[in-house]
Design a protein around this ligand. Structure first.
Ligand SMILES: NC(=O)c1ccc[n+]([C@@H]2O[C@H](COP(=O)([O-])OP(=O)(O)OC[C@H]3O[C@@H](n4cnc5c(N)ncnc54)[C@H](O)[C@@H]3O)[C@@H](O)[C@H]2O)c1
Length: 260
C-alpha cells in the first residue's frame, strides 16, 4: 500500500527540535523526502541522521530572505520540485507589555511572521507555476485568544495566520493550498522555558487546569500535546487527503480555546 506522501519533496523550517523534528518524522513515515532546516545547524544534522537518505539537513535562518531564496532554488535544482513547505521555526519571549523591549517585539515578527513570508513566497511562486503544492504554517492558539505576557508572540502568530490565508486565496486557482495549524501547549523546549525551573509537574498542572488569575483557560482534554499530535495535523493538511481544504486554521489544543 502506498503512503500518503510517497514521492513528495518537503521543506521544513525549525526542524532541529520539538514540533519541527516531529514534523520531519511524520513526513518521512508517510513516504516524503525532506529538506530539514533550522537556524541551529547541529540540531538539524542530528535530526536528519535518524532518517538516513530520506532527509537532508541544511542550516537556514528564516529571517534572511536571500538565504531562503537560495536554499529553495538549490533544493529544486538538486532534489526536484518542492511539493510541500512547512513553516515551523518560531520564537517566544514572554513579558508584560510594560517591560517588552524593542528587540523582543522585533524578533517575534522577524521569525514568526516575516520568516513565514520569506519561505511561503519562495515556495508558492514555484508551486503556482507548476499548478500544485501545499504550504502549512504552524502558528499558535495564542494567535486567536488574548494571553497576558504574550502580546508580541500572539500578535506575530495572528499575522502569520492572516498572511497564510491571503496567500491561500491568491494561489488557490493555481492548485496551491495554504493552511495553518494552531497548537496549544505542546511538550517542547519552548513550553518548558515558560515553566518554573525544578517544578515541571506543578507547572504542567497549571497549564492543564488553567489559571483564573491570568484569565488563562485550561485544557479540557486534560493533557499537554506531544509534538507528534501537531505533526499529524500538519501531515494531513499537506497531503491530498486535505485536497479540498485551503485557508483553514486547524486548532490542535485539546479544546483550550473552547473554539469560541
Ligand atoms: N510548544 C508549544 O507549546 C507551542 C504552542 C503553540 C505554537 N507553537 C509553535 O510551534 C513552533 C515550534 O515550536 P517548538 O515548541 O517546537 O519550539 P522550539 O523552541 O522547541 O523549537 C523551535 C525551533 O525553531 C528554530 N528557530 C528559531 N528561530 C529560527 C530562525 N530565525 N530560523 C530558523 N529556525 C529558527 C530553533 O532553532 C528551534 O529548533 C513554533 O512556531 C511555536 O511558536 C509551539
Amino acid at each position: 500500500m502506498s503512503a500518503a506522501l510517497d514521492g513528495r519533496l518537503a521543506l521544513v523550517t525549525g526542524a532541529g527540535r520539538g514540533i519541527g523534528a516531529a514534523v520531519v518524522t511524520a513526513l518521512v513515515e508517510e513516504g516524503a523526502r525532506v529538506v530539514a532546516t533550522d537556524r541551529d545547524g547541529d540540531h538539524v544534522e542530528a535530526v536528519a541522521d535518524k532518517h538516513g537518505d530520506r532527509v537532508v539537513a541544511r542550516p537556514l535562518d528564516v529571517t534572511d530572505a536571500a538565504a531562503v531564496e537560495a536554499l529553495v532554488a538549490e533544493t529544486e535544482r538538486d532534489l526536484g520540485p518542492l511539493d510541500i513547505a512547512v513553516n515551523v521555526a518560531g520564537v517566544l519571549r514572554d513579558a508584560p507589555v510594560a517591560d517588552l523591549r524593542e528587540e523582543d517585539w522585533a524578533v517575534h515578527f522577524a521569525v514568526n511572521t516575516t520568516g513565514v513570508f520569506h519561505v511561503s513566497r519562495a515556495a508558492s511562486r514555484r508551486m503556482a507555476g507548476r499548478g500544485r503544492g501545499s504550504i502549512v504554517t504552524v502558528a499558535s492558539n495564542a494567535g486567536g485568544i488574548p494571553r497576558a505576557n504574550l502580546s508580541a508572540y500572539a500578535a506575530s502568530k495572528a499575522a502569520a495566520v492572516m498572511f497564510t490565508k491571503c496567500l491561500g486565496l491568491e494561489v488557490a486557482g493555481r492548485g496551491v493550498r495554504c493552511n495553518t495549524v494552531s497548537p496549544g501547549s505542546t511538550m517542547t523546549d519552548m513550553q518548558r522555558a515558560l515553566w518554573t525551573a525544578g517544578e515541571e509537574e506543578s507547572s504542567a498542572r497549571r497549564v492543564i487546569d488553567g489559571d483564573l488569575a491570568s484569565y488563562r483557560t485550561g485544557i479540557p482534554l486534560g493533557r499537554i500535546a506531544d509534538p507528534a499530535d501537531i505533526a499529524d495535523a500538519v501531515v494531513f493538511l499537506a497531503s491530498d487527503r486535505a485536497r479540498h481544504i485551503t485557508m483553514h486554521d486547524l486548532y490542535v489544543d485539546g479544546g483550550a480555546t473552547l473554539r469560541a
